[in-house]
Design a protein around this ligand. Structure first.
Ligand SMILES: Cc1cc2nc3c(=O)[nH]c(=O)nc-3n(C[C@H](O)[C@H](O)[C@H](O)COP(=O)(O)OP(=O)(O)OC[C@H]3O[C@@H](n4cnc5c(N)ncnc54)[C@H](O)[C@@H]3O)c2cc1C
Length: 416
């Protein structure tokens, strides 16, 4: 399989073998937990992909991530590198430039990327699930051939515009509108909180037509009246660029409309795919915090003993490992359901909600276990905890996912 070779060696010809790269984590990679022997349930291909991405994160992300986050800037060349390792659109078929992997491979890739940083996983999630997925599922053949291979290689960057200044949890009330002008559409409105908007070459934008139905369209940077102002001063996801999309009488060619979807089902199906990836991704952030806390508490001495010898510290570590293990099992079965096209949106909501809360709790608690050191950039907890404040909010907030589960149980919508 061609793209597996890409993962092992990289398009650039760089060797990404395990053991040949500089190990940057504070803990040995062999200590990353697999407490319930979940590896035994993975294929050899899954494990090779996971280990290759783990190794790439060690060599490319770990040495740069603290500086990027401290400086509120993204890692230079990140998207091309993500393309090289096959992390952009992992499940997009080879004929459109993707590696054609299964959903568990996609999940494992997201897990390893987020062990590095949620910003890195967000970049891959948005490009894969929110830009490539809708073009692949709902685009014309010409749109697929024009955009997907370049998105898969990281030669172009995409973003996804659903959220608006006045409408976040309730996208059905969106105000962005387009009118039919005969030979083109005229788009007006604004989107807010858009990951990668300031650096994106294209944007998949959701707006209402004159009939009030939501449609997706592909905008390209440079279209007249289309601007992408940067959002400054974030305390979270600082290694990721966030911004707005502003449409001021933008003339969108008719061939840029996604022809094969109508209504909120379009953007919501993209979110399902991205939320699935987040459920796996945050396990990586939790693993990074857990492994760091185990290592630190064994080394740090107070009252003449390693702090790992105190029951209170052991309780925390035991609970972290229990929660990580539960999250891994949830994701693995969700991945099986996804591979069989049987995962419901409500099942994905449950995993996203549970796993993000699990990860943010571990990040916050493990930060305390390092005392003053826990607030420093040399250790990852503060960065992960701050990142996860965005992750618990975007792609449906923690409470909105609870309401989705509640509606699935009762059949009653408690949203409005
Ligand atoms: C860093 C970052 C990156 C993002 N990237 C993207 C992106 O690439 N593309 C994109 O389209 N969007 C993106 N978002 C937007 C994100 O999806 C929204 O922030 C999220 O959906 C919440 O919307 P809101 O911020 O408007 O909050 P609101 O919808 O105003 O919610 C505020 C609070 O009210 C609660 N609430 C709302 N409705 C109810 C209800 N019915 N019952 C109970 N409580 C309720 C919410 O749970 C929340 O706690 C991003 C956000 C962030 C922070």
């Amino acid at each position: 399989m061609n793209y597996l070779l890409t993962i092992y060696f990289g398009n650039s010809g760089k060797a990404l073998f395990l053991g040949k790269t500089k190990i940057m984590s504070y803990y040995p990679l062999t200590s990353i937990p697999d407490y319930y022997s979940i590896d035994a349930l993975l294929t050899e291909e899954h494990k090779l992909i996971r280990d290759s991405v783990r190794s790439w994160v060690e060599s490319f992300v770990m040495p740069k991530i603290d500086e990027a986050a401290q400086n509120h800037t993204d890692i230079p060349g990140l998207m091309k590198e993500l393309g090289n390792i096959g992390a952009l659109g992992p499940y997009i078929p080879e004929e459109y430039g993707g590696p054609g992997l299964d959903q568990i491979s996609y999940g494992l890739i997201m897990q390893e990327l987020e062990r590095g940083d949620s910003a890195v996983r967000s970049a891959a999630s948005v490009q894969s699930s929110l830009v490539m997925f809708p073009i692949f599922e709902y685009g014309s053949e010409e749109q697929k051939r024009k955009y997907l291979p370049k998105l898969a290689s990281g030669d172009i960057i995409g973003c996804f515009g659903l959220t608006e200044p006045n409408h976040g949890s309730d996208p059905s009330s969106m105000e962005s509108k387009f009118t039919d002008q005969g030979d083109h559409y005229l788009l007006n409105g604004a989107k807010m909180w858009i990951t990668n908007s300031p650096v994106a070459d294209i944007a998949v934008v959701w707006a209402k037509g004159e009939d009030g139905k939501v449609r997706g369209m592909i905008l390209e940077r440079g279209m007249e009246g289309f601007t992408t102002p940067t959002t400054h001063n974030k305390w979270s996801l600082r290694a990721s660029k966030t911004g707005e999309l502003v449409f001021n009488n933008v003339k969108v060619p008719k061939e840029n409309l996604l022809p094969n979807v109508e209504g909120l089902k379009g953007p919501l199906s993209c979110l399902n795919s991205a939320r699935y990836g987040i459920s796996w991704g945050v396990i990586g952030a939790a693993m990074d915090c857990y492994c760091t806390a185990v290592q630190y508490t064994k080394e740090r001495k107070q009252f003449g003993k390693p702090i790992a010898s105190f029951q209170l510290q052991q309780k925390k570590l035991a609970e972290f490992l229990t929660e990580i293990t539960k999250a891994q099992l949830l994701c693995l079965q969700l991945g099986n359901l996804k591979n069989a096209h049987k995962a419901s949106p409500a099942q994905i909501s449950m995993a996203k909600r549970n796993n993000v809360k699990m990860a943010i709790d571990i990040a916050r608690e493990s930060r305390q276990m390092l005392g003053g050191m826990g607030i420093m950039g040399e250790f990852p907890m503060m960065r992960h905890a701050a990142n996860l404040e965005s992750v618990i909010t975007y792609e449906g907030t923690h409470d909105i996912h609870l309401l989705i589960t509640g509606m699935d149980i009762t059949g009653i919508n408690a949203f409005g």
